[in-house]
Design a protein around this ligand. Sequence first.
Ligand code: 5GP
Length: 174
Amino acid sequence: MLKRRVVAKAELDNIIERLAEELNRDLVAKDPVFVGILKGAVYFFTALTQRLTHSVVVDFIQVSSYGSSTNSSGTVTLVKDLTVDIAGKDVYVVEDIVDTGITLVDVLALIAARHPRSMKVVALLSKPSRRQREVPVDFVGLEIPDVFVVGFGLDFAEQYRNLPEIWEFSEEGG
Ligand code: 5GP
């Protein structure tokens, strides 16, 4: 059940606007490819990239690390690969939430193997207290405590992605 609203629409807008401003400064003299991690990052990705004042190439990658539960399985498999050549490009990996860091470490290794010129990470949310892998997150929207959240792309068993705000979710009814 939805327990508590964690990030309201207006706050989301402010966070994304601030990240876009930071990115617009960073994008000077870059040859950028924005890579969204499906499916969770889609809502954040489209909101963010529309606020950029530079033209960027967009692409998506899909990995699976979580099944239908709220706990990580700790294994990441490639479901959908990139379609553009990122060799020599400045890649910005856009992730919905960094939790243990396992997903990002694997995705960054995959991307690094294609020889980009540079690689940076943009995450809407981060749960630093849950980190198991050291992973560089260059642009962070909001740090949150160890709670399971849904909405604005984030799911529980594929549900709730389309909620416009971010909510704490609990499997228990109480
Ligand atoms: P990590 O590999 O860093 O543990 O987890 C990254 C992925 O786990 C995210 O892209 C997201 O799909 C999922 N995840 C981690 N925390 C949450 C959460 O609080 N809510 C939801 N819906 N997914 C999460």
